[in-house]
Design a protein around this ligand. Structure first.
Ligand code: G3I
Length: 381
């Protein structure tokens, strides 16, 4: 029986089984058959999605219903980033984040905070003084501490895990030359985790980055975490952003990184999962939001819809990925999709604006795609 059949008719079979009727083995099977991603993945890992503003404000009823039905963890796509939540030195915009955290509490979600320290969407004011001059090390450290104490402190006991530092590495394994590094030095990494621990001693603390499947970046992330561990800094997990293509990275490279991070004794999470089906300029980077391109002819091939042959490739890719995640369910604590349905994906506008992308499990009408069934089968093995 296909997952769709189970999903649609299991409740009816269940009703029959509890009535005056004896149940056949297939009807008994319906009782145990998972009817959602979170049920199917129950023995493996948390499974969830990044939420946008419309969803946390309840403006997308169908999306909200889908999130409640299918997921048991949520991440904030934008509302907890430093710029949106702390736009000016003494101004915080807590409302969207409050609604996000409340949604997580009301629906018993494993709630993620994303992200405390990042080079992108950091507010301009944080690196300069009133005269516009770059601030010194101590001033920036104090500002980082104030931000983390205020934000992570506000959601203490409500946010279960924080992306403390996001994308501190370049693809070649060097430290990304950010204002944080330039002004404070490498110690900014340690300080960020220390401040987060002080703000919420119970929250899990993560390092999160993209393209961690690349050997040089993998090794650099291992070194980064080991360095912190040797200083007695709490690091509970590594978030491997899953911004993957239809035919890259290899499962071998992903698996090598799952093992390398697990060997550190920390949790491994597949964060920000999506599968990009669209052709991209050859020099596109993994998920460097700053890497954008003018729309070009030939890069939006599925504007009118996704050919079945490509839908099948997407299904196969998700099946392969989740068979791998299921194999390493002892190491992986969470898998988060970067969006709920295709129309929500950042990939509709990155690295070129105005395209039609199909990277997730639910289509633009919130219906499960064939890849959904493949994922259900893979984690239900
Ligand atoms: O909210 C403002 C809105 O008020 C304004 O009118 C509009 C036009 O300027 O911008 C809106 O903010 C946008 C925001 O998304 C919310 O839609 C920002 O410009 C835009 O840059 C931002 O893009 C996000 C991007 O991170 C940069 O923060 C994407 O939605 C989000 O999917 C993407 O996610 C990142 C992860 O956080 C880190 N890993 C990579 C991943 C993909 O880049």
């Amino acid at each position: 029986m296909s997952v769709f059949y189970k999903k649609r008719f299991a409740p009816l079979l269940l009703l029959a089984c509890t009535g005056a009727y004896s149940c056949s083995s297939s009807e008994q099977a319906a009782e145990e058959t998972p009817t959602s991603l979170k049920e199917a993945a129950e023995g493996d890992f948390y499974i969830g999605a990044a939420l946008n503003y419309d969803q946390v404000y309840g403006r997308e009823e169908e999306a909200v219903a889908l999130i409640k039905e299918e997921f048991n963890t949520i991440s904030p796509e934008n509302m907890l980033k430093m710029g949106p939540i702390h736009p000016e030195q003494n101004v915080y915009n807590f409302e969207p984040a409050d609604k996000y955290v409340a949604f997580g509490e009301e629906n018993d979600m494993f709630t993620i905070g994303h992200t405390l320290v990042w080079h992108s969407q950091a507010p301009d004011w944080i690196f300069v003084d009133k005269e516009g001059n770059t601030v010194g090390r101590d001033t920036l450290l104090q500002r980082m501490e104030d931000h983390i104490a205020t934000v992570a402190g506000r959601y203490k006991g409500k946010i279960d895990g924080w992306d403390v530092v996001n994308e501190a590495l370049e693809d070649d394994g060097s430290l990304r030359q950010t204002k944080w590094l330039e002004i404070i030095g490498e110690e900014y990494l340690q300080k960020a985790f220390e401040f987060a621990k002080e703000a919420d001693p119970e929250a899990e603390l993560y390092y999160n980055d993209y393209s961690l499947w690349k050997p040089a970046k993998r090794e650099a992330a291992v070194h980064l975490v080991k360095n912190l561990q040797e200083k007695g800094i709490q690091v509970d997990g590594v978030g491997m952003q899953g911004h993957y293509g239809i035919d890259y990275p290899s499962l071998e490279d992903i698996e090598a990184s799952i093992n390398a991070f697990a060997d550190l004794g920390v949790k491994v999470m597949i964060t920000e999962l999506d599968v990009d089906l669209l052709p991209n300029p050859s020099n596109r980077q993994g998920a460097d939001i700053a890497m954008t391109f003018e729309p070009q002819e030939g890069f939006n091939p599925y504007a009118e819809g996704l050919p079945d042959s490509v839908q099948q490739k997407l299904t196969r890719r998700y099946a392969d990925l989740f068979e791998l995640f299921h194999k390493h369910r002892d190491k992986i604590s969470r898998v988060t999709f970067w969006g709920v349905a295709d129309k929500h994906s950042w990939l509709n506008d990155w690295p070129m604006e105005g395209r039609r992308s199909y990277p997730l499990l639910f289509d633009r009408d919130y219906q499960p795609k064939p890849a959904y069934e493949a994922v259900m089968e893979a984690v239900s093995e």
